[in-house]
Design a protein around this ligand. Sequence first.
Ligand code: HEM
Length: 532
Amino acid sequence: MLSVLSALVLVLLSAVTFFICRTLRQAEALQNFGGEWSTKYSRLWLLWANSSGKMNTIFTVVNDKYGGRPTARIAPHMLITRDAELIKRMNAVRSPFKRSEWYTALRLHPTRDNITSVTDESVHSDIRNRMSPGYSGKENTHMESDIDHRLLDLFDLITRKYSSTAQNFRPVDLSRIITYFTLDVISTVAFGQEFGFLKSDSDPFGYIANLKEFLPAIIVFGAYTELQRILRLPIFRAILPKSTDKRGLGRVMGFAKERVEERFGAKPIVRQDMLGSFIARGMMQAELESETLTQITAGSDSTASALRMTLYFITTNPAVYTRLLDEITTAIAIGRVSRPIIRDAEARRLPYLQACIKEGLRMYPPVTGLLAKEVPAEGAELEPGKFAPGGTWVAWNSWGLQRNQGIFGPDAEVFRPERWLPRESDGQDKDEEGGEERRLERMTETVGLVFGYGRFGCLGRGVAMMELNKGIIEVSGEILCFSRLMQCTSPWIYSALPNDKMPRCCSASTYKPSTPPSPSPRSALVSFSIRI
Ligand code: HEM
């Protein structure tokens, strides 16, 4: 009995000694990088930052504070960087950096990895090669009309359910229905059938509510990634979402599974969409069940945040919305905007709209998760004279990256779409490292990083940009052109005339460019609140 006890104590002591030695070695190895004192020895600071709801600004303060260097320490084995060049270097096609174990937290299916969670380079690149064509418009001929239909569903919902009358005031939370919009878009472009969030004006599967419940767990696993291994033990599988669940993430899994099943079997549905393209490239049924679920999580909240935040910045800046209104109404007047929904190609030709979208993505990069990459075994020099040993994780600070004053100017904290428009030359440009053209190029390259880069870059970028190109102008149109959404009690509350009084479709005759909408009596309005 005593010998068993002694053996146990010995094992425990060895484990503690190993842990202390490893922590001291890590602290020593990353001593060239600044960071909060406790991060040398523990991950508690990281856990605190992750769960604070302000990690974007906390990491930016850390990056600024420690010598103004772009890379700082946030855990014994982890750094965070706002250096665009380092991010590109780590993600480049032939880079020796790879995904760290952090990514395994993105596994949603109980037994299968997916494109975002797999850490094996060759498996990832094989999946990516087979999935990329499906994300492109060429192999997904319905993509644009699918997005148009969902946008019309959004406006239909507003008209149908939220038109106020003198007796009945019906506010709607625009932020909520924008999430519904992106979820219905992604299910339609992914497998040809919308979930029905907009039609039912509800979260029919309890998916959003369930994701919120998962959030604390995701935060803990982001800091203590090894805990995920425990969750994978068969004994814990029962608490993970599964496709037979009646509600939540599991129900969405079940929905995706059913849509995948329809494409196989005796009478398979054949459709030229993402799923059709993946099947044509040899993806198997079980693989697709995991991947389609990932498409939904990767493609909905990110785009909803981008839409919400850009709309918020536009509608709360009178100078910006007046200028955007001018651009829209002029384009309509000269027949450059199709109705009822603008074409993607037309939106791309509206410079001020494009400036607003880029500035919205810059001010509020939707993906602020750590996305940590791992330094190769031989180590790497991350900054001149600053070496990180093999195995170090380097996370990205997407918020800080987009606030680089050297790239975006001293007012990088301000939402100012004008920074994206060519400036008239004042003879000074040549001093600015390559002049005006180079300035715009550097800004465009940097804002593009909100979608990641290189071999890990976002596959859904084209879909997201199409949603933004159409969504920003059409919803802004509701706010700016049609006076349907007008601010009343706070920056977030909007009011609008019902559709029968003021047609939704822009037409040159209904607008007076540059004339701000005059407030109408509240009782005759539809109201909207935008929550962020
Ligand atoms: C504004 C909206 C979006 C933003 C800002 C965004 C951003 C990102 C980022 C930062 C990554 C990870 C890069 C890395 O790991 O280093 C990523 C990956 C990915 N995104 Fe998006 N995304 C958006 C919308 C979408 C949409 C709509 C879809 C689906 C239609 C999508 C599908 C994916 C996929 C499949 C990956 C994994 C790529 C890979 O591992 O090779 N994303 N995205």
